[in-house]
Design a protein around this ligand. Structure first.
Ligand SMILES: Nc1ncnc2c1ncn2[C@@H]1O[C@H](COP(=O)(O)OP(=O)(O)O)[C@@H](O)[C@H]1O
Ligand SMILES: [Mg+2]
Length: 259
C-alpha cells in the first residue's frame, strides 16, 4: 500500500437492486500498467467509472496519493493528474489532429499557466500537444481533420488527447476496442512507451487477452462485481478459478503452464 498511487477501498455501486460493484478494494502502484479484466457484466466499466469520477459510489472510497477523491467530479480529478479516456465521439471532426489535441491540453490543463500571458499560454498548450502527438506517432498527420483518420488513428488521437494534459495516471477503457488485430501491437507499443518514457501509471480495462497478458505488470480479475483474483500475468494465467470462470475459453495457456 505504501507505493499506491490510486486506491479503491471497499467500493460499491448499486443500480436499483443490482450490485454492479461489490466491496472492491485494490491498489494501483506508481509506474505500473494495471489491467482490469473479467467476463461481460463483471462490473469493470462501472468500477472504472468510479475511478474516473463519472459515477459516485454507493459506498467506499477512492484515494489518490493518499488523498480522498471519492466525490470529486471528473474535471477536478483531471486537475490532480488523472487523465481518462475521451470517447471518439468527443472529437471535433472538422478540427485538425493538432487542434483537437491542443483543446484537450487546455480543457484538462492543470491551471499552471494562469500566470502566463495569453499568447504564451497558447504556446505552452501547443508544445504539450506536439509532445503528445510525437509520443503517439501522429506527428505526420497533425494538419489533417480528425474525421479523416482511420479508426486506429482515432484511437491514437484519443491517447494523444489524454497525454496532452500530462497526467500522472492514465485511465484507459478498452484502448484496442474496434481495432483491426494487426494494428493492436503498434497501439500497445505506444502505451508501453507512454508508461516507460513518459513515466506514467496506467490502469486499463481491456478485453484482448494477448494484450493484457503481454503488457500488464498486474492484473485484477473481476467477476460478478467482486475481485476474483489479482496477480501478475503468470499468476493469473495459472489461477484455476480464473480459468474456470473466464480465461479457459478466451486465452490459450502455453503448454506446461496449466498446472
Ligand atoms: N447505468 C446502469 N444502470 C443499470 N445497470 C447497469 C448500469 N451500468 C451497468 N449496469 C449493470 O451492472 C453490471 C455490470 O456492468 P458493467 O460494469 O458494464 O460490466 P462490464 O464492463 O464488466 O461488462 C451489469 O449487470 C450491467 O447490466
Ligand atoms: Mg464494460
Amino acid at each position: 500500500m505504501t507505493d499506491a498511487l490510486l486506491s479503491a477501498r471497499n467500493l460499491r455501486k448499486t443500480f436499483g437492486g443490482l450490485v454492479a460493484v461489490d466491496e472492491v478494494s485494490l491498489d494501483i502502484n506508481s509506474g505500473s500498467l494495471h489491467s482490469i479484466i473479467g467476463p461481460n457484466g463483471a462490473g469493470k466499466t462501472t468500477f472504472f467509472n468510479l475511478l474516473t469520477g463519472r459515477y459516485r459510489p454507493s459506498a467506499g472510497s477512492v484515494l489518490y496519493k493518499g488523498r480522498e477523491i471519492t466525490r470529486l467530479p471528473v474535471h477536478q480529478r483531471a486537475h490532480l493528474g488523472i487523465g481518462r479516456s475521451f470517447q471518439i465521439t468527443n472529437l471535433f471532426p472538422n478540427l485538425t489532429v493538432l487542434e483537437n489535441t491542443r483543446l484537450a491540453a487546455q480543457a484538462l490543463g492543470k491551471d499552471n499557466f494562469r500566470l502566463f500571458r495569453r499568447a504564451e499560454t497558447f504556446d505552452v498548450y501547443t508544445r504539450q500537444a506536439y509532445a503528445a502527438l510525437e509520443m503517439t506517432g501522429l506527428r505526420e498527420v497533425v494538419g489533417l481533420p480528425a474525421n479523416v483518420l482511420p479508426h486506429g488513428g482515432k484511437r491514437k488521437l484519443e491517447l494523444a488527447m489524454i497525454l496532452a494534459a500530462d497526467p500522472e495516471l492514465l485511465l484507459l477503457d478498452e484502448p484496442t476496442a474496434g481495432m483491426a488485430s494487426e494494428q493492436v501491437p503498434e497501439l500497445m507499443q505506444i502505451i508501453e512507451r507512454i508508461r516507460t518514457d513518459g513515466r506514467k501509471t496506467i490502469v486499463m480495462v481491456e478485453h484482448n487477452m494477448n494484450v493484457v497478458m503481454g503488457s500488464s505488470d498486474r492484473i485484477t480479475v473481476m467477476h460478478q462485481g467482486r475481485v476474483l483474483a489479482e496477480g501478475d500475468p503468470r499468476q493469473i494465467a495459472a489461477d484455476k478459478t480464473v480459468q474456470a470462470v473466464y480465461l479457459g475459453e478466451l486465452y490459450d495457456l502455453p503448454k506446461g503452464e496449466s498446472a
